[in-house]
Ligand binder design. Structure first.
Ligand code: CA
Length: 234
């Protein structure tokens, strides 16, 4: 079956936008282009895409702010942040604001394609009627099939693709200290750009979702000098 995932390209530079839209369309995606955050917000009212390719430097509202907006208002939409600056600070900010992946310009089209496919693969929701293995983590239950967090009354909390990947690793390795670098490699697919801090930020976000008291985490504990460990409740 053809890959008909919908991608929304937000890029203020017309030539770049056209290039990206044409390239991704040729790859079989359903692609639309928008010039700025206001246009993105309008487009989201009409239809939710599967993925937003988001330029960091935009006139008006910037990519960080838009990524946060997407994460809060459209948690099912995957986000890949693109930027001219390749500094560590920008990468961390990109992940912190909720992007699923981060790609510094200039990039090879094939590299972009690989990232898009990887993020979409991770974000694909499984048929909702299938009930999968469920793992209690803190005050929530992780549903490994549906890729959601549930509370005691079955209310769903959406996870970003990267949050789910990380939580799944914890669920599969209870009571084992997991090394930061290993966690990052296993969840980010970007070995060369490994930053400990990116894992710390994701863990902080996850703790807010699962811990009874995020200031005193009991389910995902910090292992000094190593990383983190999932401790199931007894
Ligand atoms: Ca730009």
């Amino acid at each position: 079956m053809a890959d008909a995932s919908r991608i929304l390209v937000v890029e203020d530079e017309p030539a770049q936008r056209t290039l990206l839209v044409e390239y991704l369309t040729r790859q079989g995606f359903f692609v639309t282009g928008q010039a700025d955050g206001a246009a993105l917000r309008r487009a989201l009212l009409r239809e939710e895409p599967d993925l937003v390719l988001l330029d960091l430097g935009l006139p008006g509202e910037d990519g960080h702010s838009l990524a946060k907006y997407l994460r809060e208002q459209h948690p099912r939409v995957a986000v890949i942040m693109v930027t001219a600056a390749g500094s560590t600070v920008d990468r961390i900010l990109g992940l912190e604001s909720g992007a699923d992946d981060y790609l510094p310009k200039p990039f090879e089209p094939r590299e972009l394609l690989a990232r898009i496919r990887s993020v979409l693969r991770r974000a694909v929701p499984v048929a909702p009627q299938v009930s999968g293995p469920k793992v209690p983590i803190g005050r929530r239950i992780l549903d490994l099939e549906q890729r959601v967090l549930l509370d005691a009354s079955g209310i769903e909390e959406r996870l970003t693709a990267s949050e789910f990947e990380l939580l799944k690793l914890f669920a599969e390795n209870p009571n084992k200290p997991l090394n930061r670098e290993w966690l990052l490699e296993a969840t980010s697919h970007r070995e060369a750009e490994a930053f400990d801090r990116a894992i710390d930020l994701r863990v902080t976000r996850l703790r807010r979702k699962i811990e009874h008291n995020p200031a005193h985490p009991e389910a995902i504990r910090t292992v000094r000098g190593v990383g983190y460990m999932f401790v199931p409740a007894v």
